[in-house]
Write a new protein. Structure first.
Length: 969
């Protein structure tokens, strides 16, 4: 099972981060300190079990939330969702929904997954950080580390101890009936026995029967001894008939290995390294084949070439040829660029000439355009003249308009003045005066007849005369004022007209200067006289731009010329070297009238073709030289082997290839002997393992009546087995012995029955009250003692069986239980430590460790910190391999205390483990990234973790990022 996608919504510093398409092998998460690696470790550790309130998790912004897609080995894909402190929610998103909970996905409990699959420096100790110091947790950890069915075995000592305590409460340590709960009943039984004995002491019959019983006891003892002897023989015969084929094979191998021929072969060729000889033979044969092929290839290539190649010159000029060849692609690229630039230059020149003619038909050459000055000074002069001309022209136009307006105003004022002069106000006023006088005279006359009407009429006439005087005065005053106003306005307009006409004359003189400047540019740009300033400026700018293009084109032409010269120089140099190699004069001379580049394209291609052909020849010649050198080196090594073989007075072929084949044949014979020795040793071990069991060992020692060490058991068994010629013979003897044992057993049972009857008769001889009373007392107390005795026996028997079970189990497992961990530790330490052994106290999280020199460290506390961490890492990795379900493994800078070599070994082991398990390696050390990259190749995936943000990376970028962090600190 592996993680395909992981989305972390809110956990500590990591928020809204998604890791898509997570690789199935090694995933390196690189980040500096406080980047979120420990938080990521806690997330992966809790993914299948939910977040625990007891874990030291960093706080969430709102609520813990994580989502992951998990792919099982069978192909189903499950989505796992963690929300807060709740249980993980699992749903199937592809395949059959056979799993309904996260526990079914992970298949191990959280304690096991935390201690085995999530490995930080805290876990690589005797007592990991975070583990409570209780004996229960320590024993549980040891059970997880050892595995292989030890979880129940490790509980046996505790159960055995409890059983011993219960037994001791009843009958003490040894079951003495005179102590503890046995004591009162035992005292009563002893009193009854004493009472009964006293009653039987004087009975003669009792003595006779006792003598008879004694005789029977002797026979029973003799038969029991014989039955016991037969039992030993039956045990040995059972072992022999079961392992007879092994024993026969061992004997045959021993005879073969002890033969003179095999001993001589081992003596002469024991130090022969077959793999090395096989490698040399294969390498020498390949060199011979390769040399022949290269020689034929060179001859064939030389035969098909009209030009003779000088191999010595090839070697002499090999560096020059390599330099030319390495630069060939660059040369061809430069040549292509040159041709392209040249073509573009020609096209550009034609376009520029066309542009010049479009500006002016008379400009048929670019040099005409280049002669026209278009510098900033000319541009400023043109701009000033154009601006001045336009401004003056506009101002003159406006001034003329104003003069015309003033003239029109003057004419209007003159007409108005003439009008006012023609007005005669006295005519109308005089009519008004005559009317007033008429009314005054009429009133005077009328007053003579009618007083009041006459007075009123006369008064009206006088009033009219007064008004006449008033109106006339006012009219004359207004006319004089208006005439004065018109005269003043005419004078002002005359003054303005004079000034504007004077300014107009000045502006006309100024505009002539600007016009002369514009005429200069019209002539310069070959424009007609009616060309406007805007056209002049536009043409000037066009000429300026065209001139810049022409200059740029000329610069390009210069570069093309320089490029042509450089290319010509390179080709001449190539031609010179090739001429020396092929034995003819160079194809080109530097002093040729026309450059190489300007000649036909085929000349350049011919030189390149010859260069490539020379490189092919050079490659063949160098390969021949290298092959010949390797061949001589190998032949020297073979000669040393021949000298060594000559000291052993052994006849052998002198031809190297045949000599190697001879050595290889002898070496394979020695290998076969070694395999026989190994097979013989394994057969001995298998037989010894069987013979070491307590039952078989006891049978052997009892049968031959002698005590032997482990090494002597096989000799006794050989001595016993030599009497039987076949498995059928042993089986027949087994059946006969078993039948005899059964027969003697029946006879023994009959004697025991007679003894029982005699005992009953002896007990029945007591007829006195004392015998009855004594027997009653004995029976009553025995009846009360029996349940206690049975209970004691049950406790002691169970305790013994548990202890024996543990001993036998550990006896079987001690040599191979930690075999896998030993191999891993040996690889991690480069052979400094070769074996891990179980501690004397199984309940302690400790191990013994054996070094290369055979010295045994009794506890991990005596080791250095790095070696101790390598020990516990080896135990965990071995245990991970034993667990059938491949779960993701997380390592959080677990290798930080390893030196360079041990880190390299660890990275190799982790990369091999990644073939079955998904490996998350969290680190802030760039060298570990490079170690993993060296052993994982392109299969490893790299992520950069920076302030809680993940980004996909590569090994170089990640290593540089981590290195920069180290430099800053």
């Amino acid at each position: 099972m592996r993680i395909k996608r992981l989305h972390i919504a809110d956990v500590g510093i990591i928020r809204n981060q998604t890791l898509e398409n997570i690789a199935p092998g090694v995933i390196v998460i690189g980040g500096l300190n406080r980047s979120g690696k420990s938080t990521f470790l806690q997330i992966l550790r809790s993914l299948g079990y939910g977040f625990s309130r007891s874990d030291a998790l960093p706080p969430a912004m709102v609520k813990y939330e994580v989502e992951a897609d998990l792919i099982c080995d069978s192909g189903e894909i499950y989505n796992l969702h963690l929300n807060g402190y709740g249980e993980p929610v699992v749903r199937c998103i592809h395949g059959a929904a056979n799993i309904v909970s996260a526990r079914e996905l992970y298949k191990v409990d959280s304690f096991t997954y935390r201690q085995l699959f999530t490995i930080s420096i805290d876990e690589l100790q005797r007592k990991p950080v975070g583990l409570s110091g209780s004996q229960n947790d320590i024993e549980r950890l040891q059970s997880v580390l050892l595995g292989a069915g030890l979880s129940d075995i490790l509980n046996l000592p505790m159960i055995e101890e409890e059983l011993q305590k219960e037994a001791e409460k009843i009958g003490g340590k040894n079951g003495n009936p005179a102590v503890k709960q046995f004591k009162p009943y035992n005292q009563q039984i002893r009193a009854g026995l004493d009472m009964r004995q006293k009653a039987l002491e004087q009975v003669e019959e009792y003595r006779e029967k006792q003598r008879a019983r004694n005789e029977i006891e002797k026979k029973i003892a003799s038969l029991e001894h014989e039955v016991e002897y037969l039992g030993y023989k039956i045990t040995l015969l059972d072992i022999l008939k079961t392992n007879y084929e092994l024993w026969v094979r061992k004997r045959e191998l021993q005879q073969i290995l002890d033969s003179t021929e095999k001993r001589d072969l081992r003596r002469k060729f024991s130090l022969l390294k077959v793999e090395k000889i096989r490698s040399i033979e294969k390498q020498y044969r390949n060199l011979l084949d390769k040399y022949s092929q290269l020689e034929l290839l060179f001859q064939a290539k030389a035969a098909g070439n009209k030009v003779v190649v000088n191999p010595e010159k090839l070697i002499e000029y090999r560096e020059e040829l390599r330099g030319f060849y390495q630069q060939l692609s660059g040369f061809e690229e430069r040549y292509s660029v040159y041709q392209q630039l040249k073509s573009e230059y020609q096209k550009r020149s034609a376009v520029l000439v066309q542009e010049a003619k479009e500006l002016n038909d008379n400009w048929d050459a670019l040099k005409i355009v280049l002669k026209i000055r278009t510098d900033q000074r000319e541009l400023d002069a043109l701009n000033q003249a154009a601006v001045a001309y336009n401004d003056l022209q506009q101002e003159i136009g406006k001034l003329k308009e104003r003069c015309e307006e003033l003239q029109d105003r003057r004419e209007a004022l003159e007409r108005e003045q003439k009008f006012y002069r023609s007005i005669k106000p006295d005519i109308s006023l005089k009519k008004f005066l005559y009317a007033a006088l008429f009314f005054a005279a009429g009133g005077s006359l009328l007053s003579f007849f009618f007083l009041w009407p006459g007075i009123l009429s006369g008064f009206a006439g006088m009033l009219g005369a007064a008004l006449y005087v008033l109106f006339r005065y006012m009219a004359e005053t207004n006319l004089r004022a208006k005439e004065e106003e018109l005269r003043a306005e005419l004078e002002r307009i005359e003054t303005l007209l004079f000034r504007r006409e004077k300014k107009l004359d000045y502006l006309n003189r100024e505009i002539q200067g600007a016009k002369r400047c514009l005429d200069y540019f019209r002539h310069k740009l070959d424009l007609p006289e009616e060309a406007s300033p805007e056209l002049i400026k536009e043409t000037f700018w066009a000429v300026k731009a065209l001139k810049e293009k022409i200059l740029e084109c000329q610069r390009t032409g210069s570069r093309i010329t320089e490029s042509a010269a450089a290319l010509q120089e390179e080709l001449l140099e190539m031609a010179s070297v090739l001429g020396k190699i092929y034995g003819f004069h160079p194809l080109f001379r530097k002093e040729s009238d026309h450059g190489i580049i300007e000649q036909q394209k085929i000349l350049k291609e011919k030189i390149i073709e010859l260069l490539k052909e020379a490189m092919d020849y050079l490659t063949l010649v160098q390969e021949l030289k290298e092959c010949e050198t390797e061949k001589r080196t190998l032949e020297k090594e073979i000669f040393l082997l021949q000298e060594d073989m000559a000291t052993k007075e052994e006849a052998f072929p002198e031809e190297p290839i045949y000599f190697l084949q001879y050595l290889l044949a002898k070496g394979e014979e020695v290998e076969e002997i070694i395999k026989m020795q190994e097979g013989y040793r394994l057969l001995e071990q298998r037989l010894q393992y069987t013979l070491k069991t307590e039952r078989v060992r006891g049978s052997l020692e009892a049968f031959f009546q002698q005590k032997v060490e482990d090494e002597g058991l096989l000799g006794l068994f050989d001595k016993f087995s030599a009497a039987y010629t076949s498995a059928e013979d042993a089986s027949h003897s087994y059946n006969e012995t078993l039948e005899k044992c059964v027969r003697l057993g029946g006879f023994l049972n009959e004697l025991k029955e007679k003894r029982r009857l005699l005992n009953e008769q002896l007990q029945g001889l007591a007829t006195a009250d004392s015998l009855v009373q004594a027997q009653r007392k004995i029976d009553e107390n025995r009846g009360q003692l029996r349940p206690l005795a049975e209970k004691y026996a049950v406790y002691k028997t169970a305790s013994f069986l548990l202890k024996e079970m543990q001993r036998q189990f550990m006896e079987r497992k001690k040599d191979n239980l930690l075999e896998g961990a030993s191999r891993i530790l040996e690889r991690l330490t480069a052979g400094d430590y070769t074996k891990i052994l179980l501690p004397d106290q199984l309940m302690e999280t400790d191990f013994k460790i054996q070094g290369r020199d055979g010295i045994l460290s009794q506890t991990a506390d005596t080791l250095s910190r790095g070696t101790k961490e390598q020990l516990f890492l080896a135990v965990r990795l071995s245990r991970i391999k034993e667990i059938g379900h491949p779960l993701p493994v997380i390592l959080d800078d677990s290798l930080v205390n390893f030196d360079f070599c041990h880190q390299e070994q660890a990275a190799q082991i982790l990369s091999s483990l990644a073939g079955r398990h998904q490996m998350f390696v969290l680190t802030c050390h760039p060298q570990l990234v490079l170690h993993i990259a060296n052993h994982s190749g392109k299969s490893a995936q790299y992520w950069k973790l920076e302030e809680g943000r993940f980004s996909l990376s590569n090994k170089e970028e990640l290593a540089e990022h981590l290195s920069s962090g180290i430099r800053k600190h």
